[in-house]
Design a protein around this ligand. Structure first.
Ligand code: AVJ
Ligand code: FE
Length: 441
């Protein structure tokens, strides 16, 4: 999204994004029968029908009531769809709207929102400036679409989603790792109109020199660690990680099983051989950390990740994306649920950063070693429950988006976070290491 759109272009842009998000929500919820919509597929996830009405309720709160100053559509259900009032595990026992009611609710809200959008000035207050509130609601719906996609992955039963293969590898990235020199760069943003509060403001950030992998760690790489007994060797694990791997009985990435002499993977209902050159997916932070230690390396910090993704050594500027300032296209990155898996390493040479780091955007969310903390100068906007209440050491930052992340909810500055034990999300990682003095010449 560029800032120099006219008000009418902005209105069209917001309407297009609303429509695209809703088409995806509809596809994810129409793909299964009513029983599957109301059922809980995992205690970690809401029933799909909760996500559906929750998306509509957030849209009603922000766009119908707040921006539009219209009468509520259904204030009686606000409490049911407040994520802070009821944890995911308890949601199936709530008196939720049924599938037909939820569908008509989101339709009614959307009709009103399109009226509000037609009439909105889209300037004047920070909430409507550059159609921010519409952008925020679109991102919220796309984030829940990714969450619903994770529910689909957890769901038992026959495949129901379109599964088109990702592009093949076109190149082998020429180095396993690249050197990022010491120095400051600009992290975060003060200009990206739809950036969320935790991405702001732009500020100088310093790193020492470090090496970072040119590609995410693949299944082939990771399974060497598994097969060498890594999950039973305490020395690779942090104390918290070692405790977790034992308590949870982890032995391999989620959804993998050993069959004879090869590994099989269940992926959206399809059971297939693991692809060695595909980024490892569905590992928790502790598994990522242990693998990195086994190779004598570590996870990148969040600052290192963003510097590798955005810093342009030729100009000293930070780009919007690794490839430049253009919005993501299909040649740059595997985003938007176009494919139901990460693409093999080397599939997106056009998306590489100036330093030659590939696939930072799309494919898999990448665990960083950093806690989710506010940037210097952070200000809550427009509500504390998006980011601020989550700041602290319990959450680790993930970067870059996955094949299930829509481009509108994925920027070079975008920050995601989760508990270090979570692995139902589409998460992998890449490794980094300090640059020793001898390598700096
Ligand atoms: C930013 C992905 C961690 O799903 O919990 C959805 C996004 N916030 N509804 C989440 C979100 C409120 C959030 N993450
Ligand atoms: Fe939400």
């Amino acid at each position: 999204m560029s800032t120099d759109l006219t008000i009418e272009q902005l209105r069209t842009r917001a309407a297009d994004h609303l429509m695209r998000a809703r088409a995806r929500t509809a596809a994810l919820t129409d793909a299964v029968d009513e029983d599957d919509l109301v059922r809980q597929h995992s205690p970690l996830m809401s029933p799909l029908v909760w996500d559906l009405a929750h998306v509509g309720n957030q849209e009603e709160l922000w766009l119908v009531r707040d921006v539009g100053r219209r009468e509520p559509v259904r204030s009686d259900i606000d409490d049911l769809y407040d994520a802070f009032k009821h944890g995911r595990a308890s949601r199936p026992s709530l008196p939720l709207l049924g599938p037909a009611e939820a569908r008509s609710y989101v339709r009614e809200v959307r009709d009103k929102v399109l009226d509000v959008l037609d009439a909105a000035t889209l300037e004047g207050t920070p909430l409507v400036q550059d159609a921010f509130a519409f952008g925020m609601v679109v991102q919220h719906e796309q984030q829940h679409d990714e969450t619903m996609l994770a529910t689909h992955q957890l769901r038992a039963g026959a495949p129901v989603l379109d599964d088109s293969p990702p592009p093949q590898a076109k190149v082998r990235p020429s180095h396993e790792e690249v050197l990022v020199p010491a120095g400051e760069f600009t992290m975060g943003t003060s200009t990206e109109p739809w950036a969320l509060d935790n991405e702001r403001p732009a500020h100088p950030a310093y790193t020492d020199a470090f090496f970072i992998d040119t590609a995410p760690v693949t299944y082939g790489d990771f399974l060497h660690f598994v097969e060498s007994g890594g999950y039973t060797q305490e020395q690779w694990w942090s104390p918290a990680g070692w405790q977790h791997v034992q308590e949870a009985g982890l032995a391999a990435p989620q959804f993998l099983t050993r069959e004879g002499d090869h590994w099989m993977r269940r992926r959206f209902g399809v059971v297939e051989r693991v692809r060695e050159d595909e980024p490892v997916t569905h590992v928790c932070f502790y598994e990522a950390e242990a693998y990195a230690a086994w190779t004598g390396r570590r996870l990148p910090t969040e600052v290192e990740w963003e510097k590798a993704a955005r810093w342009d050594p030729a100009t000293g500027r930070s780009r919007r994306y690794p490839w430049g300032d253009e919005d993501p296209g299909p040649e740059h990155a595997n985003l938007g649920q176009q494919h139901l898996r990460a693409a093999p390493v080397g599939a997106y040479p056009a998306g590489a950063s100036p330093l030659g780091v590939h696939q930072l955007i799309g494919d898999v969310w990448e665990w960083t070693s950093s806690d989710f903390m506010p940037y210097p100068g952070f200000a809550v906007f427009p509500y504390a429950e998006y980011s601020a209440v989550f700041f602290g050491p319990e959450y680790k930052v993930l970067r870059g988006g996955s094949f299930g992340t829509d481009a509108v909810a994925c920027r070079g500055t975008f920050r995601n976070w989760d508990f270090p034990i979570r692995r139902q999300i589409f998460a992998g990682f890449r490794c980094a290491r300090d640059a020793g003095a001898e390598e700096l010449g």
